[in-house]
Design a protein around this ligand. Structure first.
Ligand code: PMM
Length: 278
């Protein structure tokens, strides 16, 4: 199967949540036809990958049944793939990942890093597609109970290395792997900022690094005023700022709801680094 997509800049992964309850765009794209159209729109805006998810991972979210998840994502992936649009499948279930890849999906994005489903690593090995391992400790319903670290950067790096080794032991090739510090997953705002500050240490592992900060709660807290945290649709400029900095720190890709803003951001980072020479 294909290798990890690359460009001369940080890639932009557009978010397409086909869920009823994702925190920032939940419920908007539940209709399959609408979801396909939104995926096309993100692609037209210049997304390099469309990340299709059928189960919300927002803090506190309940799980959906496997067949519901499959039924949500497969028609969307099949339609987008038929138009030559590169997709990833955002799932913690091996059966969903397999159905998605059978429908033409190019990348597995497992927010549990292979932990939630004991068959995920062997399935990724067999399917032989790029495989994103995110740092994760527990399903969303309980994950904030596990937001405790001695040193968040050291601990996340060690736990990701364990996930990498488990994947390799199951037959996944090193060249398939992408790592992600998992912003907001069993993490406080302070943990997220410490991880972002240390992006270069993740890049130094040699694995491509995905940074997914888009519209997350820690940005709402950063931008809070007397009325409370800034709501998700007011977090776009902050998201783009993070995309610029993540690109400058050497991230392989950023995951974003507003593709155009993050594409501009990573393009600025490339121009800054190259002195304007594209
Ligand atoms: N975050 C969300 C969903 N999928 N995938 C990866 N690899 N990394 C993440 O941090 C991540 C993810 C949750 O955000 P959403 O509800 O806005 O999609």
């Amino acid at each position: 199967m294909g290798g990890i997509p690359r460009a001369d800049r940080t890639l932009v992964m557009g978010v397409l949540n086909v869920t009823a309850d994702s925190f920032s765009d939940g419920g908007r794209y539940l209709d399959v036809a609408d979801a396909i159209e939104h995926g096309r729109e993100l692609w037209r805006q210049g997304a390099d990958i469309i990340d299709v998810g059928g189960e919300s991972t927002r803090p506190g979210a309940e799980r959906v049944k496997p067949h519901v998840e499959t039924d949500r994502v497969v028609p969307v992936i099949a339609a987008l793939a038929a138009e030559g649009i590169l997709t990833s499948i955002d799932t913690t279930r091996a059966a969903v990942a397999r159905a998605a890849v059978d429908a033409g999906c190019a990348i597995i994005n497992d927010v549990s890093g292979g932990l939630a489903d004991p068959r995920m690593n062997s399935t990724a090995a067999e399917l032989d597609v790029p495989y994103i391992l995110m740092h994760w400790r527990a399903h969303s319903k309980h994950m904030q109970d596990f937001a405790s670290y001695d040193d968040v950067v050291d601990d996340v790096l060690v736990e990701l290395e364990q996930r990498v080794n488990a994947a390799l032991d199951a037959g996944v090739r090193r060249e398939q792997l992408i790592i992600d510090p998992g912003l907001g997953f069993a993490k406080t705002a302070a943990h997220n900022w410490a991880l972002l500050q240390a992006t270069a240490r993740f890049v130094e592992t040699g694995f491509p690094v995905l940074i997914a900060a888009s519209r997350k709660n820690f940005l709402g807290l950063l931008l809070a005023d007397e009325t409370g945290p800034r709501p998700p649709d007011g977090r776009e400029d902050a998201t783009a700022a993070i995309s610029t900095l993540a690109a400058f720190a050497g991230a392989w890709a950023v995951r974003a709801h507003a593709v155009r803003a993050s594409l501009d951001a990573v393009t600025v980072a490339r121009a800054w680094r190259n002195g304007g020479d594209r």
